[in-house]
Design a protein around this ligand. Structure first.
Ligand code: GTP
Ligand code: MG
Length: 731
C-alpha cells in the first residue's frame, strides 16, 4: 500500500479491499468450485460494503488540521458545563465576543445588581408615596365631612330653639319677630356662613392632595415601566450570559454537536460538545457518531465514580455503547465530574474521597478491558462550581448568579478553582493533551482506519469459526454416515445376490436330478438316457432363465430403495444444517445472508436405477452358463457307452445314475463358477454409479470447506493491510 500522504489512508484501505473483492471474481470450470467462490464472494462483498460505508464516513469526518477532543457521555453528566468553563478560562473567541456584548448591554442599561435594586427601590418608594397621599386625601375629606356635620347639627339645634321661642311668645311679640331677628337666629346664620366657607376650603385642599396623589401614581407607573423594560433587557442580556450551552437539568439538552476552537500557546485545538448517550439518543445517534469519528481524543464524562454498566438482554448498556463508539479511538480519558450543589463539597483540599478513589480504580479497570491500550485513565473535576467561579457574566438575580455568590462567599476564586481541580484540568487539557497534536492526529486517523479493517477481519474470524467450520464438519460427518450406510447396503446386496445364485444352482441340481432319476427308473436304454438327460438339463436351464432375473431384480430393487432412503435422509439432514447455519446474521446492517448450496448437486437416483437395471441383466444371464454345462454332457456319456450294454438293467440304471450325477456335479461346479463370474462382471456396472453418489454426498461439505478456505485467504490479505497500516502509522 502506497501511503505517500497520511491523508490518503482511507482511500487506500477502500482500494485494497476492492482489490480483494475483485480477486474473488474469477470463475472456475468446476461448477462446485465456482459456486463456492460465488458464496465466498457474496459474504465478503457484504462485509466490504459495510467497511466501505464506515470508511466513507470516517473520510468525510476526518480532521487533519486541528486536534479535536470530543466530550462524550451520559446526558446531564456535565459535558457542556466543563466546556463552558474552559471557554471562559481559555478565552474562547465565541464566548469572548458574547461576554463583550453582555458587558456593553449591562453598562448601557445599568443592568447590574445595584442598578436593578435601585429600580426596584424606586418602584417601591413611588408606590409608598402614592399610598401615603391617598391616605392623606381620605383623611382631609373625612375631617371636612365631620366638621360640616357638627356645624349642621348646631344649626339645627338653633333652628329648634327659635321655633320654640316663637311658639311660646304672645301674638304681638310674634309680630315683632317678623322684623327683628332673634339672637339664635343670628347665630344660626353665622354658622351657615361658616359651614359654607369650610366646605369651600376643604374642597380646595382635597383637590391639592388629589393632585399630588395622581402625580405619585404616575411616577409609580413610570418606575414600573422602567423595571419592566429592564426585564426585557435582562432577557437580551441572558442570551450573551456565561453558561448558555449548559442544560437546565432536563435530559438531552445538547442536540447538535457544538464545536469550540481554541489556540493556546500556539497549539490549535477544538472541543466538541457531543449530545448525551443516555437520553432519547435515537435522535442524536448520528450526531454522536460523526463527532466521535472526527475526534482524535475522547473524554468520557460521567457524574458517577462507578464503572459504566453492561446492558441486559438485547438492550445496550453504557459499556457496550462506549465500546462500539470509542473502540477505534487512540486516546480515551474518563472525566469524573463530581457534583457540587453547595460549597461544603469543596471543604476538603482533596476533591476525590477514599471511596470514590476505589470506585474510580474499578472504573479504570473496566474501561481498560473494553478499550485496551488506548484507554488513558481518569481525571476528576467539579466543573459546576469552577464554572460559577469564572462566570462573571451572569444575569443579575438569576439562579446561577445566586449560586455564584454562594460559592464565592465560601471561597476566594483561586481556592475555588484549586479545590474543584479546575486549574489542574485546564493545564492538563491546554498544555499536555494537545501538545504534539500533529503526530496524534495522524496516529488517530491510522488507528481508526485500522480498526475498520480489524472489525471486518474479526467478523470473518467469527463467521468461519461459528458458521463455516462447524457446518463443513457436520456436513462431512453426515456424508461419511451416508457412505457407511451405502457400503452396508452394497455388501448386503452382494451377499444377497451370491446367496440367490447359489440357491438357484442348488435347486437346478436337485430338480434336474429328480427328473432324470424318474426317467432312469423307467429302465431306459443308454441312448434314451442320454436324450432324457439332455432334455432335463435343457428344462432346468429354461427354469433357471425364468426365475433368476426375478430373484436378482428383487434384490436390486431392495438395494435401490435402501440407497434412496439413505440419500433422502442425508438430504433432509443437510437441509436442516444449512437452514441452521446457512442463514447468517452479518451484523451491522442487520441483514441476513443466505448461503446458496445445492445439496443434491450430482445426486442422481434415476441414474442409479439405470445402472441397477444394467447390472441386473448381467447378473441374470444364465443362458451362457447353461449352454456351457449342457455341452459337457455328451463327452461323459460317450466314454461310458461301450461297456454299458453287457450288464443287467439294475446295473445299467445305477451306471446311468452315476453318469447323471457326474454330469450334474460337473455342471454344478461350472454353474457356480459362472454365477461368480456373472456377478463379478455385473458389479463394475453398478459400482461407479454408487461411487458417483458418494462423491456427490461429499459435495456440500466440500463446498463449505472451500468457502472457508477462500475467506481464509481473503483474511490473510486483510491482515496484510492491517500490518501495512500499522507500519506506516508508526513512522
Ligand atoms: N448543582 C450542580 N449541578 C450541576 C453540576 N454539574 C452539572 N450540573 C447541572 O447539570 C445539568 C446538566 O449539565 P450539562 O453540562 O448541560 O450536561 P450535559 O452532559 O452537557 O448534558 P446533555 O447535553 O443533555 O448531554 C445542568 O443543569 C447543570 O447545571 C454540579 O456539579 N452541581
Ligand atoms: Mg450538553
Amino acid at each position: 500500500m502506497d501511503l505517500s500522504s497520511p491523508q490518503h489512508i482511507y482511500a487506500m484501505v477502500s482500494a485494497e479491499v476492492e482489490a480483494i473483492l475483485r480477486g474473488l471474481k474469477h470463475g472456475s470450470s468446476d461448477q462446485n468450485v465456482s459456486e463456492a467462490i460465488g458464496n465466498a464472494r457474496d459474504v465478503f462483498d457484504k462485509l466490504a460494503r459495510e467497511l466501505g460505508a464506515d470508511i466513507a464516513s470516517l473520510q468525510k469526518n476526518a480532521k487533519w488540521e486541528v486536534f479535536e477532543i470530543a466530550f462524550y457521555g451520559e446526558t446531564n453528566a456535565g459535558k457542556s458545563t466543563i466546556i463552558e468553563m474552559l471557554r471562559i478560562m481559555l478565552d474562547e473567541e465565541g464566548r469572548r465576543s458574547n461576554r463583550q456584548q453582555f458587558k456593553q448591554l449591562q453598562s448601557e442599561f445599568n443592568l447590574t445588581e445595584e442598578g436593578i435594586a435601585a429600580m426596584q427601590d424606586r418602584v417601591e418608594q413611588c408606590k409608598m408615596q402614592a399610598a401615603e397621599l391617598q391616605a392623606k386625601y381620605d383623611k382631609v375629606l373625612a375631617a371636612a365631612r365631620q366638621h360640616s356635620q357638627q356645624l349642621r347639627a348646631q344649626i339645627e339645634v338653633l333652628g329648634q330653639q327659635v321655633a320654640q321661642i316663637k311658639a311660646a311668645a304672645p301674638f304681638w311679640q310674634r309680630f315683632i319677630y317678623l322684623f327683628k331677628q332673634l339672637p339664635a337666629q343670628k347665630q344660626a346664620r353665622e354658622l351657615e356662613q361658616a359651614l359654607n366657607d369650610s366646605e369651600v376650603q376643604a374642597a380646595g385642599s382635597a383637590a391639592l392632595v388629589k393632585q399630588a396623589c395622581a402625580e405619585a401614581q404616575q411616577q409609580t407607573a413610570a418606575a414600573e415601566d422602567a423595571l419592566a423594560r429592564s426585564e426585557g433587557q435582562l432577557k437580551q442580556l441572558e442570551q450573551h450570559a456565561d453558561g448558555e450551552i449548559i442544560g437546565d437539568g432536563r435530559s438531552d439538552n445538547t442536540r447538535i454537536t457544538g464545536r469550540y476552537e481554541f489556540t493556546v500557546a500556539g497549539q490549535r485545538f477544538a472541543l466538541l460538545d457531543v449530545p448525551g448517550i443516555e437520553g432519547s439518543e435515537q435522535q442524536v445517534n448520528d450526531e454522536i457518531s460523526h463527532a466521535v469519528e472526527a475526534a482524535h481524543a475522547v473524554f468520557y464524562v460521567t457524574a458517577s465514580a462507578s464503572a459504566p454498566q453492561k446492558g441486559d438482554d438485547g438492550r445496550m448498556g453504557t459499556l457496550e455503547k462506549i465500546k462500539s463508539h470509542l473502540g477505534a479511538q487512540s486516546e480515551v480519558w474518563t472525566i469524573y465530574n463530581k457534583r457540587a450543589t453547595n460549597p461544603a463539597v469543596l471543604a476538603k483540599t482533596v476533591l476525590v474521597s477514599k471511596d470514590e478513589k476505589d470506585s474510580l480504580a474499578a472504573l479504570d479497570a473496566t474501561m481498560q478491558a473494553a478499550l485496551g491500550e488506548h484507554y488513558c485513565g481518569h481525571l476528576a473535576i467539579s466543573a459546576y462550581p469552577a464554572f460559577l467561579g469564572v462566570a462573571e457574566c451572569l444575569v443579575p438575580g438569576s439562579t446561577k448568579a445566586n449560586s455564584r455568590a454562594k460559592f464565592l462567599d465560601a471561597f476566594p476564586l483561586e481556592t475555588l478553582l484549586d479545590r474543584s481541580s479546575a486549574s489542574a484540568f485546564r493545564t492538563k487539557v491546554a498544555s499536555e493533551l494537545v501538545s504534539n497534536s500533529e503526530a496524534k492526529i495522524v496516529r488517530s486517523n491510522f488507528n481508526k482506519a485500522r480498526q475498520v479493517v480489524v472489525t471486518v477481519d474479526d467478523k470473518l474470524t467469527a463467521l468461519r469459526k461459528e458458521t463455516f467450520k462447524p457446518l463443513a464438519k457436520r456436513l462431512h460427518t453426515d456424508a461419511v454416515d451416508a457412505e457407511k450406510q451405502v457400503d452396508l447396503a452394497m455388501s448386503a446386496l452382494k451377499s444377497r445376490a451370491q446367496a440367490i445364485g447359489e440357491d438357484a444352482v442348488d435347486r437346478f441340481v436337485t430338480v434336474t436330478r429328480e427328473r432324470i432319476y424318474a426317467q432312469i427308473d423307467k429302465d431306459i436304454g443308454n441312448d434314451d438316457f442320454k436324450e432324457a438327460l439332455e432334455r432335463c438339463l435343457r428344462q432346468g436351464q429354461e427354469d433357471l432363465e425364468k426365475e433368476m432375473p426375478k430373484l436378482m431384480q428383487g434384490a436390486l430393487e431392495k438395494f435401490q430403495s435402501e440407497i434412496a432412503e439413505v440419500i433422502e435422509r442425508f438430504k433432509e439432514h443437510a437441509s436442516e444444517l444449512l437452514e441452521a447455519y446457512g442463514s447468517i446474521d452479518m451484523g451491522g446492517l442487520g441483514e441476513r445472508f443466505e448461503l446458496k448450496i445445492k445439496i443434491d448437486n450430482g445426486i442422481n437416483i434415476p441414474g442409479l436405477v439405470g445402472a441397477v437395471a444394467g447390472a441386473a441383466i448381467l447378473l441374470t444371464n444364465p443362458a451362457g452358463w447353461a449352454l456351457l454345462a449342457v455341452g459337457a454332457v455328451t463327452a461323459i456319456v460317450g466314454l461310458a457307452k461301450a461297456v454299458w450294454g453287457a450288464f443287467s438293467s439294475s446295473y445299467r440304471m445305477s451306471q446311468q445314475r452315476k453318469a447323471a450325477n457326474e454330469n450334474l456335479n460337473r455342471i454344478e461346479d461350472s454353474l457356480r463358477e459362472s454365477v461368480r463370474k456373472g456377478l463379478a462382471a455385473g458389479w463394475p456396472q453398478l459400482e461407479p454409479k454408487v461411487e458417483a453418489l458418494m462423491a456427490a454426498v461429499q459435495v456440500p461439505a466440500e463446498q463449505v470447506r472451500q468457502i472457508d478456505t477462500i475467506l481464509g485467504s481473503a483474511q490473510k490479505q486483510l491482515k496484510t493491510i492491517i500490518k501495512t497500516i500499522e507500519k506506516t502509522g508508526a513512522k
